[in-house]
Design a protein around this ligand. Structure first.
Ligand code: ADP
Ligand code: MG
Length: 658
């Protein structure tokens, strides 16, 4: 059975309305171990025939058999497998990969056969040594002479066995000495059992072959057939076993990673610029998320502690006739509300205008009645001195707490205030019998807002115990405003309805207003969430733009490396191998960009934290993981089109591209 058989093979190209018949009914058969030269003028169809024989191309019609099996209707990956297993190509212009050294180039075919790094390196080295390149293992193609490059490509052709060696004008680019050397090598290989088919237009080269096939206009015009004294080789050229499963997968990924890395490293500026797009996208998303979540946890925490669980009440509302001043709430009304279900207690806010004096310094301000829960209710903390003690709260002692502002006004610094005494006279002395008297008070402490954001219900105040307030400053027990504290699981709307109902009954009309903290809080939360989503959307758009940039660069990369793709396919790369290579490159590019982006936002967070204390922004490990995931996804999404385009290239077209 012939090794290769063609029966009436036609290969035509459609150029617009013109049909070019590059091969026009070629029939021939080649036995294993033959040395065949294909001759003919330029344009006679030699290369087309060679591509057909080498399974780089399918015939348009006719029969193409290898070892008697139909090879004319195989898909791309099946053809790739045939090339890997049986063929070794030697090209006129060597077609070595410029970024790999001699050893890497020679070893390339076995990458796609799934052979491990160490094993294929050893075999490639042995082959190169046999071809006299033992001292050139780590030279790149541009550091080798033409003859040396051609020998590297012979090593590559032999790497997977090279049962059939196809050489298209192999001496075309060589000087005569190197050409003679190469032909001697091919003869040697033929003697060792390899089938050698060379294409040439040079009769002196063809003279080395034992059989010459001549083409003209796509037809065979001379072919003496297999020499009658041809002896098939005793044993077929040995070839390494193809690996499958996990090991092949591992080799495939490793090669894709290594190639991606080399390519990214080889185009540093371009890599950096396309990374920049992704970095900016990731940095903006991560920073925005970190910033809004920091802002939310701080603001919402503050607002929640101030507002939620409380209903404020005050007299008067917009529906009342102009000028009508409703009477203040009485203690009985407040107590009635305190007894309602869902209400845990009241925050009575009683205050009066006072004049405070220390030496020549004085302040007109508000004095507020304080009970034991004053500091907690109003989110205050003692910054100097101490809080009122139980005795002071119950005895009517003339002690006072100052707000920081008030302390500064009266004593210059808060530190100076504690332990000193003040004269306080009630502005509304009418309630005390009409005589404004200045009473001495001892400052026990200075308070300030415990809120990180500095929220407080008014600055510049004095606080005196409730008992003292009622007996010494303002005897009226009525209130213009107070707040109802809700029980934990109370439904604010129900309590509001009950309060309304109850107060209307007690006061005779609805002459008061209410403000529910939880509602305002919830509204604020919704607004915050919407705002955060909007900002994150802006970041996502930045990321999208970065992704488009990566796609663009990858498309450029594919078209620049078309020949590389062709070479890889010629030595047996599957479409999946090529696809993976470009996909990995896009993903690596995006992940690097993502890492830089996270680093940038981390730096920005540190700078922001160093510049102010109100917000603490942190870039979490989760953010890192998410950024990594998102970058990979962007790489996958935007790398798919270029990768598919690369994998869909036909090896013949890709190789022909310069
Ligand atoms: P040779 O290698 O003998 O110089 P080729 O096999 O390269 O000849 O080409 C044979 C004929 O087929 C030529 O006329 C050429 O123009 C045509 N041809 C080859 N490849 C293509 C192609 N991709 N598209 C259109 N025509 C082609
Ligand atoms: Mg040609």
């Amino acid at each position: 059975m012939p090794l290769i058989e063609l029966r009436d093979v036609v290969r035509h190209y459609q150029l617009g309305s013109v049909e070019v018949r590059a091969l026009d009914g070629v029939s021939l058969s080649i036995e294993a171990g033959e040395f065949v030269a294909i001759m003919g003028q330029s344009g006679s169809g030699k290369s087309t025939l060679m591509n057909m024989l080498g399974c780089l191309d399918n015939p348009s019609s006719g029969l193409f058999l290898i070892d008697g099996a139909d090879a004319g209707h195989l898909d791309a990956d099946e053809l790739a497998a045939l090339r890997r297993e049986r063929f070794g190509f030697i090209f006129q212009r060597y077609h070595l990969l410029p970024h790999l050294d001699a050893r890497g180039n020679a070893a390339l075919p076995s990458v796609y056969a799934g052979e491990g790094v160490a094993a294929r390196g050893r075999r490639a080295e042995a082959l190169l040594r046999r071809l006299g390149l033992g001292d050139r293992l780590h030279h790149r193609p541009n550091e080798l002479s033409g003859g040396q490059q051609q020998r590297v490509s012979i090593a590559r052709a032999l790497m997977n066995g090279g049962q059939i060696i196809l050489a298209d004008e192999p001496t075309g680019a060589l000087d005569s000495a190197s050409g003679a050397e190469l032909l001697a090598l091919l003869r040697e290989l033929n003697a060792a059992g390899h089938t050698v088919i060379i294409v040439t237009h040079d009769p002196s080269v063809a003279a080395h072959a034992r059989r010459v096939i001549e083409l003209r206009d796509g037809r065979v015009i001379r072919d003496a057939g297999t020499p009658p004294d041809h002896v098939p080789p005793a044993r077929p050229a040995e070839r390494p076993r193809e690996r499958r499963g996990l090991q092949r997968l591992q080799v495939q990924w490793r090669e894709a990673m290594a190639t991606a890395w080399l390519s990214l490293k080889g185009n540093r500026l371009r890599t950096a610029l396309s990374m920049l797009g992704i970095s900016i996208g990731i940095a903006s998303v991560v920073s925005i998320v970190a910033l809004t979540s920091a802002a939310r946890s701080t603001f919402e925490g503050e607002f929640a502690s101030q507002m939620s669980g409380r209903i404020w009440l005050w007299t008067g509302n917009a529906n009342l006739p102009q000028g009508l001043q409703p009477p203040p709430f009485t203690p009985a009304q407040a107590d009635a509300l305190a007894a309602l279900p869902g209400v845990s207690g009241l925050m009575r806010e009683r205050q009066t205008a006072v004049q405070a004096r220390h030496g020549s310094r004085e302040a007109f301000t508000q004095a507020m009645a304080a009970n034991a829960s004053l500091l907690a209710d109003r989110r205050l903390k003692v910054s100097q001195g101490r809080d009122f003690n139980a005795y002071e709260l119950s005895s009517g002692a003339q002690v006072i707490l100052l707000d920081v502002e008030a302390a500064k006004k009266l004593f210059k610094t808060p530190e100076a205030a504690v332990g000193r005494s003040l004269l306080v006279s009630s502005g509304d002395a009418a309630g005390m019998g009409g005589v404004p008297v200045a009473l001495p008070f001892t400052v026990v402490g200075v308070v300030e807002s415990a809120s990180q954001l500095g929220f407080s219900f008014g600055d510049d105040r004095l606080y005196v115990p409730d008992k003292t307030f009622r007996t010494k400053l303002d005897a009226r027990a009525t209130m213009g405003a107070f707040a109802v504290n809700l029980e934990r699981d109370a439904e604010p709307q129900q309590v509001v309805a009950q309060i309304k109902h109850r107060l209307r009954a007690l006061r005779g009309s609805e002459d008061f207003s209410m403000w529910v903290g939880d509602e305002a809080f919830r509204k604020m939360q919704t607004f915050n969430a919407a705002f955060a989503a909007l900002l994150a959307g802006v970041g996502a758009i930045a990321l999208l733009v970065g992704g488009v940039g990566v796609m663009n660069i990858m498309l450029v990369s594919v078209s620049e490396r078309t020949r590389e793709i062709g070479i890889r396919m010629a030595v047996g790369a599957r479409q999946g191998d090529v696809r993976l290579q470009f996909l990995i490159e896009a993903v690596v590019l995006c992940c690097l960009g993502g890492l830089v982006g996270v680093a940038l936002s981390w730096l920005a967070a540190q700078a922001l934290n160093a510049a102010q204390q109100t917000l603490h922004v942190s870039v979490s490990w989760q953010a890192l993981a998410v950024a990594f995931g998102v970058s990979s996804a962007v790489g996958l999404v935007f790398g798919t089109v270029p990768a598919r385009r690369a994998a869909a290239l036909s090896p013949v077209d890709a190789l022909a591209r310069e």
